[in-house]
Design a protein around this ligand. Structure first.
Ligand SMILES: C[S@@+](CC[C@H](N)C(=O)[O-])C[C@H]1O[C@@H](n2cnc3c(N)ncnc32)[C@H](O)[C@@H]1O
Length: 294
């Protein structure tokens, strides 16, 4: 792998470098598969509940936004379990990821989490959801901007739910058994701390930002997501293995370009070692779900 490419600087987030690479590689075809696998693995761990916020989906006509929706898979699953018809909007910055044509009842539009939403959207949504995108916000935008931006979209009584991954290795992953998953956690921590918010555990306190933005009934749940041998369901087991390793080469190539002495030689071959380890022994990581009401 080359080490002479452009260094990652704080003006370009690691996620943007990652996104440019997946676009250049194959116009996001493999990235779509990784995102689908990730979605299914996480949703399984969440007991099939796309929303922890206590939203009454039986009440028809809700306006529901998925911010940074990628291919709209979260919307698709929520639509499938909703007993009533709702209006769904997905926003992202990569148009080629959107389902085309958009399924009935859905719309997909470009909108960065770093920019104010159109003023006419203010206070028009019953539900706003955003998952795995805070890494893209910095350094221009801090979590309080992103949370306040999303909060502004909610009607009175509406719910904001945000989901992010923690980067602290779990005690369930003792080094002797899951050293490669722990390495992946270390890798994520290196990717995002220092570049975005200098936090040791990424975005685990979005609840504080939600409260500061004026939301009430704020709650947080840590969800243990299982991989490989730790997953009972064979369909999800396979997908969890694929998603755990699929992004690793891209993350590694971003890390190799980072300034400073962050590269660890033990990350060479991480993807294949991680795959074998998880397949044989399984492993766990933590997702943090936070929700609050306007
Ligand atoms: C890790 S993926 C998560 C996708 C989806 N939320 C999910 O959980 O399956 C990150 C997504 O954030 C999008 N993204 C990156 N930077 C963004 C920005 N500034 N504003 C909005 N979306 C962004 C990417 O295009 C990608 O779809």
């Amino acid at each position: 792998m080359s080490t002479t490419t452009t260094a990652v600087t704080p003006s370009v987030t690691t996620m943007e470098v990652f996104m440019n690479k997946t676009k250049a590689d194959d116009d996001n075809v493999s990235e779509q598969v990784r995102l689908e696998d990730q979605h299914e693995t996480v949703l399984y761990a969440m007991g099939g509940k796309a929303l922890y916020a206590p939203v009454d989906l039986a009440k028809p006509g809700l306006r529901i936004l998925d911010s940074a929706c990628a291919n709209g898979r979260w919307i698709k699953d929520l639509q499938a379990i909703s007993p009533a018809k709702h209006e769904y909007v997905g926003t992202d910055v990569v148009e080629s990821l959107y389902p085309n044509p958009a399924p009935e009842g859905t719309r997909f539009l470009d909108q960065s989490i770093k920019e104010p939403f159109p003023p006419e959207w203010n206070e028009t949504f019953d539900v706003v959801h955003q998952r795995l995108v805070m890494a893209a916000a910095g350094p221009e935008r801090t979590p309080d901007f992103v949370v306040k931006n999303l909060e502004g979209l909610l009607k009175e009584g509406g719910w904001l739910q945000m989901v992010e991954v923690a980067t602290v290795p779990l005690p369930q992953n003792p080094t002797s058994q899951n050293q490669y998953l722990d390495m992946l956690d270390t890798l994520y921590a290196n990717l995002y701390t220092g570049t975005a918010y200098k936090r040791s555990n990424l975005w685990s306190d979005l609840g504080k930002e939600m409260e500061a933005a004026g939301l009430k009934n704020v709650q947080k749940k840590e969800v243990i997501v299982s991989y490989g041998a730790a997953v009972a369901d064979p369909y999800i087991r396979e997908r969890s293995l694929r998603t755990a390793v699929a992004g690793v080469p891209n993350f590694l190539s971003v890390l190799r370009k980072m300034p400073g002495d962050v590269w660890k030689s033990e990350w060479d071959d991480l993807a294949s070692r991680l795959y074998d380890d998880l397949k044989e022994k399984g492993g766990y990581t933590t997702y943090i779900v936070t929700w609050g009401q306007k």
